[in-house]
Design a binder for this molecule. Structure first.
Ligand code: AHM
Ligand code: MG
Length: 346
């Protein structure tokens, strides 16, 4: 007879991870990497919540390698994320939206996982206290980048090796997830066995399992695109967008929702169905979002939930980046909706 579940029984992220380790789904090093990421996310959640009080709103004054103004919180979050990963001792290489090149972690003890991340995505939302998030992806250990570091040798070569070891297609991802800083702090994770959702319980300061094996609806009548760019889109995409506004047989057109925060827009799409898109346009030939630490992890998550991630023509997870900060158009969400836009673009 199955044991009755007490209403006080909760599963925290920590116990969930240990169970996965016991089951052999992940190894001990991965458990440590994931738990250090969850610690970083808790810290960032608290920094984001207190930002207006602790004078952390506004710009830092620097511009990152991609020509974007860095917000103070972008910089602080990057430090928090990097430090948590470095001190885990299980991360060999990290690549971040806020760093020009991948960084080899010299104090690594074992494991040497490769972690790619965007420490605080949607940072244009911060100063208005609107949803933001962190995104990450984890690749197999690879010592290429670490080898001979510290030796008196050409640093450019080391850098080049690091770039090569990090530039892998999303299909190689072992784990991916995001943390959304919103009315709740939500940690979403996949280790290749479905999508699990944890909610930060402010009473305990722990992530608690709130949804397991999430499946995205097969279709959904919500679209999230920055339509301000409409005039810059190509005609095929314009006709797709126009088609969503036709009431059709049901008499009801699609609904528009756009936060301007990939994590927030994606999370809603995951739960309610629909599509998120960031197309290429006349000014941004490859769209805006980055393949390595935005599009690939999200595509891995959506596929694990039964959805689809595409650049309009091919599967995002099949694309091998040639550069760390490479951009790619993204259409992601319910299978039917992503296939629909692909048909228009064909
Ligand atoms: P960021 O990494 O600089 O924050 O940019 C990524 C964000 C995404 O979260 C969001 O979906 C998109 O940029 C919004 O861009 P736009 O303001 O052009 O609509
Ligand atoms: Mg980003």
């Amino acid at each position: 007879e199955p044991r009755k579940k007490s209403s006080y029984e909760i599963i925290t992220l920590t116990t969930w991870l240990l169970k996965q380790e016991q089951a052999g789904t992940i190894d001990g090093e991965m458990t440590i990497v994931l738990s250090s990421i969850s610690t970083a996310c808790k810290q960032i959640a608290s920094l984001v919540q207190r930002a207006p009080i602790s004078n952390l709103t506004g710009v830092q004054g620097a511009v990152n390698v991609q020509g974007e103004d860095q917000k103070k919180l972008d910089v602080v979050s990057n430090e928090v994320f990097s430090n948590c990963l470095k001190s885990s001792g299980r991360t060999g290489v990290i690549a971040s939206e806020e760093e020009d090149v991948p960084v080899a972690v010299e104090e690594s003890y074992s494991g040497n996982y490769i972690v790619v991340f965007d420490p605080l995505d949607g940072s244009s939302n911060i100063d208005a206290a609107v949803s933001t998030g962190s995104i990450f992806g984890i690749y197999s250990p690879n010592d290429e980048c670490l080898a001979d570091i510290g030796d008196d040798q050409n640093l450019d070569q080391v850098e080049q090796r690091c770039i090569v070891s990090v530039c892998q297609p999303g299909s190689n991802l072992l784990a991916a997830g995001y943390c959304m800083y919103s009315s709740s702090v939500i940690f979403v994770l996949t280790i290749g066995t479905g999508v699990y959702v944890f909610t930060l319980d402010p009473m305990y300061g722990e992530f608690v399992l709130t949804q397991e094996k999430v499946q995205i609806p097969k279709s959904g009548k919500i679209y999230a695109f920055n339509e301000g760019n409409y005039a810059l889109w190509d005609d095929k995409l314009k006709s797709y967008m126009d088609s969503l506004k036709e009431p059709g047989s049901s008499g009801k057109p699609y609904s528009a929702r756009y936060i301007g925060s990939l994590v927030g827009d994606f999370h809603r799409t995951l739960l309610y169905g629909g599509i998120y898109g960031y197309p290429r346009d006349k000014k941004s030939k490859n769209g805006k979002l980055r393949l390595l630490y935005e599009c690939a992890p999200m595509s891995y998550i959506v596929e694990q939930a039964g959805g689809k991630g595409s650049d309009g023509h091919q599967r995002i997870l099949d694309i091998t980046p040639t550069e760390i900060h490479q951009r790619v158009p993204l259409y992601i969400g319910s299978v039917d909706e992503v296939e629909k836009v692909e048909k228009f673009l064909a």
